[in-house]
Design a protein around this ligand. Sequence first.
Ligand SMILES: Nc1ncnc2c1ncn2[C@@H]1O[C@H](COP(=O)(O)OP(=O)(O)OP(=O)(O)O)[C@@H](O)[C@H]1O
Ligand SMILES: [Mg+2]
Length: 389
Amino acid sequence: MDENTTWLPEIPEGLEPLSPNPGGPGEPDDLVGREQELARLHKAVLAGGAHVIGDRRMGKTWLVKKLQNDLKETVTAIYISGETSSLDVFTDRLLKELRGNRRVRDGIKKWEMEIGGEAKLNIGVAGLTLTAKATKAADQAPKQLDVLDLLVSQRVVLIIDEITRLCQSLGPDDAREFLSGLRSRRQSHGLPLIISGSIGLHHALPDFTPVNDLWEVKVGPLGRDEAVILAARLLLGIEVEPTPQLVADIVLETSAIPYYIQGVVDKLQYRKDLDSPTIVSDVVTECIADNSWDTEHYLTRLSEYYDPKGVACARIVLDMVAVSEKPVSIDALGARITASDPDLALTRDELLDLINNLEKDHYLARVGDADTMASPLLARIWRFHRRLG
Ligand SMILES: Nc1ncnc2c1ncn2[C@@H]1O[C@H](COP(=O)(O)OP(=O)(O)OP(=O)(O)O)[C@@H](O)[C@H]1O
Ligand SMILES: [Mg+2]
């Protein structure tokens, strides 16, 4: 018998209730679990920085914000998201963040007073620079202020979330130069960098040299014990008793992914049929069906990152893997593509590239030489939207 069908967790005593907050920004204290990932991040900061990798909704932003909060006592960490409509919006926001930091703000103000103008932040090949139209002492004061130097001198840790979006806005050449500039700073003087993003950086940065010194910190589903605690605390938060069966159902049906655990409990508070043995599965089906968790994104984003042939092949691969109970071999996937449409047939190298990309994009997980979907929940999401039963 499948061990999952018999698994019943022990619910620890004395848990603090927690109100559901699916997708919201959250306070550092709302973060449940992730001790290992946090400990690794703290070590990574001392070693130069980290690249936080994980599928959407795994909790990367919550994690790096917790790190920012933890670092408050010793150094100062500036958080900025690359998820903006344009580079100008990004630089305006970053400048605001810099001005919000007491020590950095003082450095900027001093330079602005010397130059007699208001600064504008530029990002690109030259790194991060402030420029201003000088109104006084233009000859003596430097017309440009190197912000990276300023950050180094103030022992700042820079956290850039949604790095892939920023790299896309910059374009591959400027993105490489910008990240190379950051790399040489952290190697010569120390300017630890934390980057994070759910969309594989490989789509926007063909050459990984500028970031391959950063430690990888993977953020996947919660550990089972952590997921049990999160589910139980959230149930207490909606005044529902966290019975072992209900908690087990939530953890298994959500594949222990924190966002979906939060999402299920959030919906449970409005349900009258809490005694139904299929309540959790029903809620998950409804949320996938009405797309309230935006799970259609898994289908639509393929065409953002793969060319039309790649999209067609990826769909065939994912259709096959999502209905298979066992990991599927590369050879079987290649044969299925050719059988579906001989015009799509891939060479072995092309097939390996496709599978590697689907793994990096968090659709597939490698098991030996074969692949499964990254989580049972993702398999279910894919089957639902592709009507595979
Ligand atoms: N450790 C955690 N404890 C409790 N809830 C969590 C945790 N991590 C994530 N969550 C829940 O998941 C939601 C998404 O988290 P977060 O925004 O950090 O994910 P993300 O990986 O940054 O997603 P995206 O890639 O879409 O930006 C949070 O709003 C919260 O509801
Ligand atoms: Mg995020």
